[in-house]
Write a protein that binds this ligand. Structure first.
Ligand SMILES: [Mg+2]
Length: 380
């Protein structure tokens, strides 16, 4: 495919310094927006993208990514683009609910409209607020943000140039196919890998795991993502195995964490396991939206939080929470376009303490013309 999503085989362009390097110092408190009374012309357009191979999810096969691109124009010629990319089976609103929300809005909206989007529409909260931020910051490039330049220049189609491929985690499929996949990702520059577990029988996966840990280079990092598919006993065995690996002097590969070992309704079990083992646990499905995240924090979770900005909800509320609690975060994609991705990576650079790789290494999931997003935008 083209340059819509990162193409790690080609050198990354270095001419678009929109965002600071990772890691970023803590962001100052969000200043009150100076344009409270400002009205914005609002337009939106739905899109559909087909995955090259359908994705296996806990909720069946996922073939098509539906989303919405939205555009805000202010009276001074400023333009802001945003993306709504729901994943309802992960905890966000449905595409239909997002579309209904956009359809019932007037063509002129205010900031009050945006900050009043209910928590039941987290992907909408993210899309609208990030469009607004874009407009306020003028970070979508100098050409065009003010004074009616070429609107296409508003967004950069490539991966953010200041983030190198080694800052992304490469996704490895479940089962033994991972043994063949990692090498080409390594050659593309990936150093952190995420392998799906909890799909096949644990005895088989543990065998593959042993082969994988012996074949991955010593400087690689490996994350295991169970998508809530393990029993308590299985999670126990995986964590025990990872702790043993850490104690093995022959292996210097780092197991960074096990992601969502147990289902969402078993936080208690994960809290318990997180105290027994040295290997870290990250919550993902349990913290899909900000409300869930706050809830897990309040129930005592101090491990890692996987944040999918596209569906987490309000970026400003997330910032506020992070500034208060400095939680350990990992950022991850919802298979959004360059528009949502840029806003998501901006949050990732602001709200990361431990310089963990971001889970946006998903370019090999779409194959399509690089022009479609530009065309869509031009017709907005
Ligand atoms: Mg996950």
């Amino acid at each position: 495919m083209g340059s819509l999503l990162p193409t790690p085989t080609s050198p990354l362009p270095l001419n678009l310094p929109h965002l600071p390097h990772l890691p970023h110092p803590p962001h100052p408190p969000h200043p009150p927006h100076p344009h409270r009374e400002m009205t914005y012309r609002f337009k939106f357009r739905p899109y559909r993208r087909r995955f090259v191979r359908s994705l296996n999810t806990n909720h069946g096969e996922w073939d098509i990514r539906d989303g919405i691109i939205l555009r805000l124009d202010d009276q001074a010629g400023g333009i802001g683009a945003g993306e709504i990319a729901p994943i309802s089976w992960f905890g966000s609103e449905t595409m239909e609910q997002a579309l209904d929300f956009c359809r019932q809005l007037p063509t002129e909206i205010t900031e009050e409209t945006i900050f009043a989007i209910p928590d039941e529409l987290p992907a909408c909260q993210f899309g609208f607020e990030s469009a607004l931020e874009k407009m306020g910051s003028g970070e979508w490039g100098d050409a065009g943000t003010r004074g009616g330049g070429d609107a296409v220049k508003e967004f950069d189609m490539s991966v953010h140039p200041s983030i190198s491929v080694s800052s992304f985690s490469g996704l490895l499929s479940a089962g033994e196919v991972a043994l063949e996949q990692w090498e080409s990702l390594w050659q593309q520059g990936y150093r952190t890998f995420k392998w799906k577990i909890g799909v096949y029988a644990i005895a088989i996966e543990l065998k593959i795991f042993e082969l994988l840990t012996h074949s991955l280079p010593a400087s690689a990092k490996l994350r295991l993502d169970a998508n809530g598919g393990l029993s308590y006993d299985e999670a126990n065995l995986w964590l025990w195995t990872c702790d043993n690996l850490k104690a093995n002097p022959e292996i210097s590969l780092e197991i960074e964490f096990i992601e969502q070992p147990l289902p969402v309704d078993q936080l208690e079990g994960m809290l318990e396991l997180s105290m027994f083992y040295g290997t870290a646990i990250a919550l993902d499905e349990s913290v899909a939206t900000l409300g869930q995240l706050v809830n897990c924090y309040e129930q005592g979770w101090r491990g890692i939080f996987v944040i999918k900005p596209g569906i987490i909800g309000s970026p400003s509320q997330l910032r506020q929470f992070w500034q208060q609690h400095q939680i350990d975060t990992v950022f991850s994609s919802v298979f959004e376009t360059a528009i949502g991705r840029e806003a998501a990576l901006k949050l990732a650079t602001e709200l990361s303490l431990h310089n963990r790789a971001v889970g946006f290494g998903v370019n090999h999931f779409f194959a399509e013309e690089e022009t479609w997003l530009q065309n869509l935008w031009n017709n907005l």
